[in-house]
Ligand binder design. Structure first.
Ligand code: G
Ligand code: G
Ligand code: MN
Length: 364
């Protein structure tokens, strides 16, 4: 709702400044793309500054009547100075935006000459790497064990994507975001799922496998049917396959997510919310969907060892809620023995983390 109001105000801003611009698209519920024709960098920066100031003026009322203010992150890229084609221009803008979000609030970023060169190189190198990895099936699964804390048995494994280059094994964090932006993540996920299932069958593994899905791919219309066809090629029971979607970058279209989860579960798969508690819709998810399992955001878990009372209170409330609703809980970032003790005391079912087991290329 805020989005539409915001877009109207931006349109008014453009009108006021007599600058004709197009609101190209809502890139997600809270991401917007503006195209400003015939606009140089300094004009674009002053426009961005005005948008930022406009946003600072907004106050949204929370249910308790407190005023909540809004922050923004903005990135600017210019054609043809910063990229030769629209695709690269968008990837650069997206990557920059990601960077300014990491750097703090209310940042406006545009690339310096060195940055453009470095970015272009990094993006084109990583793009090449991803495409090459898809073509030559260099995408491989790593497995991180998830333990039943009551009896120390392995409950399942989370499958984590890696790219095997000649020199090293690249973690997902190095390429996932770009792969999503390029729309290549479904192909990559299919390769990882296929390889992991192959290994599971070969090893007679009969526990659970957790696969990550990206919010951006589940909105692709025939994604689910392709996924099912792929899985059905292997004789691995559907109810031992759990799909996780992170709450961190909330899926903007909750209705599509709801449909996706319901169809998944109707087909016999399980569904898990990843990084539970990190987003803003945790309770909404729990209320709206029949979630089988949640993975509790690692930050709260780490806080337990530091005796952080707030983290303790949050974990306690998540446990109480999930017990009541019969949702299983996996604690992430279990990094030492003390945390395990605490989790067992609190009644958390499962744990995953470096202390219990690091991601490894071997299953079992
Ligand atoms: O393993 P690493 O810490 O680099 O993972 C970073 C993030 O990348 C994870 O939090 C996870 O959400 C995402 N990720 C890891 N493996 C996969 C995968 O196979 N598919 C998708 N879509 N995301 C993954
Ligand atoms: O967002 P997601 O839960 O999919 O991220 C999983 C990633 O978290 C894994 O790729 C792994 O590298 C990382 N991870 C797993 N266990 C631990 C841990 O105990 N501590 C920290 N800091 N990271 C972990
Ligand atoms: Mn995960």
């Amino acid at each position: 709702h805020f989005g539409d109001q915001f877009l109207r105000e931006v349109a008014a801003l453009l009108e006021e400044g007599k600058r004709k611009g197009d609101v190209l698209a809502r890139y997600g519920g809270d991401e917007f793309v503006f195209i400003l024709p015939l606009c140089d960098l300094s004009q674009a920066v002053s426009f961005a500054e005005r948008i930022r100031e406009k946003l600072k003026e907004y106050k949204i009322k929370a249910p308790d009547d407190k005023e909540v203010s809004i922050t923004s992150s903005i990135s600017i890229t210019i054609f043809p100075d910063h990229a030769e084609n629209s695709k690269d221009l968008f990837v650069l803008a997206d990557t920059l935006l990601y960077k300014s979000k990491r750097e703090g609030i209310d940042r406006i970023s545009f690339p310096s000459t060195e940055e453009i060169l470095a970015f272009q190189k990094e993006i084109s190198d990583t793009t090449f790497l991803i495409k090459d990895a898809i073509e030559n099936r260099l995408i491989i699964p790593y497995f991180q064990p998830i333990f039943d804390l009551k009896n120390n048995n392995i409950f399942g494994y989370e499958v984590l994507m890696r790219i095997q280059t000649r020199e090293e094994v690249l973690p997902a964090s190095k390429f996932i975001h770009l792969a999503e932006t390029l729309g290549l993540i479904p192909e990559m996920d299919f390769i990882v799922i296929e390889k992991a299932l192959e290994m599971a069958i070969a090893k007679n593994y009969s526990g659970k496998l957790f696969f990550n899905l990206s919010p951006k791919e589940i909105i692709i219309p025939d994604f689910l049917s392709k996924l099912v066809r792929l899985v059905d090629n292997y004789n691995f029971p559907r109810n031992n396959i759990v799909f996780e979607i992170t709450e961190r970058e909330t899926v903007k279209n909750l209705r599509i997510l709801e449909k996706f989860i319901r169809e998944l579960q109707d087909l016999g798969f399980l569904f898990c919310i990843d990084d539970f508690g990190s987003g803003f819709s945790s309770y909404h998810y729990i209320k709206q969907f029949f979630i089988d399992i949640i993975k509790m955001e690692g930050e709260f878990v780490v806080g337990l060892a530091k005796k952080n009372q707030l983290d303790l209170a949050i974990v306690e409330s998540i446990v109480a809620l999930c017990k009541r609703l019969n949702i299983k809980i996996i604690a992430e970032y279990v990094e030492n023995e003390e945390i395990i003790k605490k989790l067992v005391d609190l009644g958390v079912d499962y744990g995953q983390g470096f202390y219990l087991g690091k991601p490894s290329p071997e299953l079992l």
